[in-house]
Design a protein. Sequence first.
Length: 173
Amino acid sequence: MLVSWKMWKQLNPTTTALVGTDPPLQLPYETDVATPQNYLYDLRILYPAYGVDVAKTPMRFKSHVYGVATADSKAVKAYELALLREKEGAFEDAIGGQPVTLQFDKEAFVLAAKSADGQPLFVERMLWVSWVGIHPDTEVWQEARLREELNPTPPNTVPGMPTTTVITLPPLK
């Protein structure tokens, strides 16, 4: 279940946030600047995807994606929420060459995935910048017809806003 930051803080007033960066990031969690709702509309990336240049990825860095892993966890693929919302019924795809069946529930915002033998597959929802940071070799679902119809804004741009500069850092050792 997803809850707002405000509700979370009301229910869990002693919450602390762990940030594993060096040097530590100074984030204003007590203000509205760092709330999840505002973060989605802000061009800054508070937690960069180390070793990944999100400027060269096929979608906006704060797009919501569903990540799906094959049964053997050897391959993963990202499915963009904006594209899934335009999809009707179950559909077939392949992850790492393995056939899968997927179905998106528009009411519950849930993506279900099954392998060819009917085994449920692991599905996780997160922001693209987080998913690609964890899975830099991920495949990306590219349904050309939907991408053309939706005509998404190029990565790292928002109409009327200056282009964001992305700094790619070396992977942590």
